[in-house]
Design a protein around this ligand. Structure first.
Ligand code: ADP
Ligand code: MG
Length: 728
């Protein structure tokens, strides 16, 4: 009987090429077609309601019941005209996915007949029976009370005949149970602080928003092979597999021609994305075989986060149409690069100024430097929090290797800006400066845009790199929610800006001129954050040594990272800015530990099953073939067989050794699991799982991968790396 592996290979060889069915229209004419944006609102809701909706979006004003009814009616009319039959509150619970519960617009009438309806109260708030989302003890299951509340700042959209309404998800007691609630709060915190500081330079600034441009990396695997790999199906990564002879060593995949079948998939999901208003701009191959990336034009952060999670769903769905599976796991294949999700972060005023882009005048550039050093100081003071925000079991496979930022924070500014900061540190003083000195400094500051123009510095080894007009946070994992790092970055930068403004005000009170006060504060920030700046190779071991010498903390393990979030200085930061209460931080801490346990537990169970039911029996089957061969040689060549079969005998022994080791390790792993399953404290359980269960995943794999090299290819039951890493 053919194994699943050979059935899959056979199926692929007989498959017809897939083509995307695309509309003939230009992107600009389908862009946003499935989104209830302002243009559609103007058309579908009365003027008064439209105006209050705009105020809700722009200023966060509340929407009253009557208006909500009018908006709901407009939404329903628009959606049903487009063929939608259901509506759903759409939210992002704490498990890196999205949640939706669909209800029909349709309502039967007593006495016969039916109609379609959608009322304001259903738009504003719902109580999904969502008792099994992670809550970290915030909500007792028997109460099962959490509710979703409409976020008017992110537009509703239609997907698969369902009107989806972006919502936040909170417990009845008010604590956040999702990513969006704290994200919105952190956006508010940084906006408040940034407006205050920006007004030092321009009184007209009334709003500042965070811009986010993410870059999503992912792998593709043929569906037939995916379905023949229980580990990929159940854990999102391969728990075994000997590296292919050729993987990424020739670097011929990176930026190479995109395989036709993959291109069809890309065109297909891009069209869906455009209809949903997701402004995708780039697509290309990544470093590893079958690894790709897509990135949109940056957007206001709340929308960008929604668009990223939405796109991940769209990609999963469209991939299946193309008989492909998309892998968002950070490290689906050992031995080749993993996947990240770089988050490009900046601040934009309502006057259209990017606060992290150098401008044309000394004044503009003083403003740029103010925000620039504040972000650097945020990374200095709260860098550990940045790193903790993206710590997860799956991302830990990628971080710290020679492909992703190490577990220690640093900031890359480029040599030009770095020397500019050094020179400001030297020349600005706390004493009164002479007019000449000031003019000199300002002249220099005014030159920043020119010097940046020919500054092509790029450093891909830094976790937080300045790339000309934004910071790029590179440690985020491909499967994670961008909101997590943004919450940390926004809140930390908010704090630094608040302190900056306070410092300037104080100096002004002491009689220092505003310009000079700002320069002095910039200098203070440069000095205070000096040790976080690093221009060299962040992947090198020298850097880790140097970082330790500089007193920069590094994160040793995922559980340690989780623990760091509870430090009093971080808890009080979040409290001060109204982002997280103590209870919420604690809940998130528990949820993270719980998820870690579950992930390792699932991987461990899957590996134990595969090892015991697939690999060991296969190895023994092949061992028996060898034994028979040796036996046969002995029968016909009794004098020479020892010499002739020497290699076979060695192989038989090797197989026996690996099989024995696998059996022992599987047994020990199961025992370790049992031990820690009995530990009630979830933090202790997580530590136990990481330290006592997880290492067996590697040792068992080691033996399996050796067997893969020995055993007859025809007998090997699971698709091999070389098969999964080619798409034809
Ligand atoms: P690279 O791979 O060199 O980093 P990409 O073009 O792949 O460059 O990605 C650049 C990302 O940076 C895009 O997602 C883009 O939208 C984003 N970006 C550009 N300007 C800003 C900005 N001002 N704020 C936030 N993100 C930005
Ligand atoms: Mg990038």
């Amino acid at each position: 009987m053919a194994t699943l592996r050979f059935k899959a290979i056979d199926e692929i060889s007989r498959r017809e090429p897939m083509k995307a069915k695309l509309s003939d229209e230009r992107i600009s004419s389908i862009f946003g077609a499935d989104v209830f944006d302002r243009e559609k609102m103007r058309h579908y809701i009365p003027k008064d309601a439209y105006d209050s909706m705009c105020r809700a979006i722009d200023e966060g004003n509340r929407i009253d019941r009557k208006t909500a009814n009018q908006i709901a009616l407009g939404m329903k009319t628009w959606a049903t005209e487009r063929g939608a039959t259901h509506y759903s509150h759409w939210f992002q619970p704490l498990n890196d996915s999205t949640a939706e519960k669909h209800d029909a617009f349709f309502e039967p009438l007593i006495g016969g007949g039916s109609f379609e309806t959608f009322r304001g109260e259903l738009l504003i708030q719902q109580e999904p029976d969502a008792s099994s989302f992670p809550t970290g003890g915030l909500r007792n299951t028997f109460e099962a009370r959490g509710y979703s509340a409409w976020d008017p700042s992110s537009p509703a959209f239609i997907i698969d005949k369902t009107l989806c309404i972006p919502t936040i998800f909170i417990a009845y007691t008010g604590e956040a149970l999702d990513f969006k609630t704290p994200l919105l709060k952190s956006l508010q915190a940084v906006e408040n602080a940034a407006v205050d500081v920006a007004q030092l330079f321009d009184k007209d600034v009334a709003e500042v928003s965070v811009t986010l441009g993410w870059e999503q990396e992912y792998f593709l695997v043929d569906e037939a092979l995916f379905l023949a790999r229980p580990d990929l199906m159940q854990t999102g990564r391969t728990l075994m597999g000997h590296i292919a002879a050729k993987d990424q060593q020739l670097e011929d995949h990176y930026f190479g021609a995109i395989p036709q079948r993959v291109l069809e998939f890309m065109k297909d999901f891009e069209e869906q994305a455009y209809r949903l208003g997701i402004p995708l701009k780039t697509r290309h191959n990544e470093v590893a075989p079958n690894q790709y990336e897509c990135a949109p034009m940056f957007e206001e952060a709340n929308i960008a986060v929604d668009h990223n999670t939405l796109l991940m769903n769209v990609m999963r769905r469209v991939a299946m149409r193309h008989k492909l599976r998309v892998l968002f796991h950070e490290k689906p294949f050992t031995g080749v690069n993993g996947s990240g999700k770089h988050c490009n972060w900046s601040l934009m005023t309502d006057t259209g100024v990017n606060l992290l882009a150098p401008g044309k005048t000394p004044k503009n550039n003083m403003q740029f430097l103010t925000f620039f050093v504040s972000a650097i100081k945020a990374a200095h003071d709260y860098g550990l929090l940045f790193m903790a925000s993206i710590a997860s079991e799956s991302n830990s496979h990628r971080l710290g290797a020679h492909e992703a930022p190490p577990a220690v924070m640093s900031v890359f500014t480029g040599s030009t800006l770095s020397s500019m900061l050094d020179s400001l540190e030297e020349r600005v003083t706390n004493k009164k400066m002479s007019p000449d000195e000031k003019t000199d400094i300002k002249l220099d500051i005014g030159k920043i845009p020119e010097i940046l123009l020919d500054n092509t510095d790029r450093n891909r080894t830094s976790p937080f790199a300045f790339t000309g007009n934004r910071f790029e946070f590179r440690a985020t994992g491909s499967s994670g929610n961008c909101a997590a790092p943004l919450i940390a970055i926004n809140t930390a930068v908010a704090e630094e800006l608040v302190q900056f403004k306070k410092g300037v005000d104080k100096l002004i009170d002491q009689g220092v001129k505003k310009d000079e006060a700002i320069l002095q504060m910039i200098r203070n920030y440069i000095i205070a954050s000096k040790k976080i700046r690093f221009e060299g190779n962040g992947y090198s071991s020298e850097w880790l040594e140097e970082a330790a010498g500089r007193g920069l903390e590094s994160i040793g393990s995922v559980t340690e990272a989780f623990k760091a979030t509870l430090r009093p200085e971080f808890a009080s930061l979040f409290n001060r800015h109204g982002v997280f209460s103590e209870a919420e931080l604690r809940a998130r801490y528990e949820i993270n530990n719980e998820i870690l346990v579950k992930k390792i537990q699932i991987e461990s169970r899957v590996l134990a099953d595969l090892a015991t039911n697939h690999i060991v029996p296969t190895a023994i089957k092949y061992q028996n073939v060898l034994i028979q061969n040796v036996q046969g040689l002995k029968d016909i060549l009794p004098d020479q067989y020892r010499e002739l079969a020497a290699e076979e005998i060695r192989t038989i022994t090797k197989i026996a050794g690996h099989v024995k080791a696998i059996r022992e390790d599987v047994h020990a792993m199961v025992e370790a699991r049992k031990k820690y399953n009995n530990v009630t404290d979830v933090v202790e359980r997580a530590e136990g799982y990481s330290q006592a269960v997880r290492p067996y995943l590697d040792t068992i794999r080691y033996h399996i991968d050796h067997l893969e090299r020995i055993v007859d290819d025809q007998l090997w039951p699971l698709p091999k790396y070389r098969e999964m890493m080619t798409i034809n």
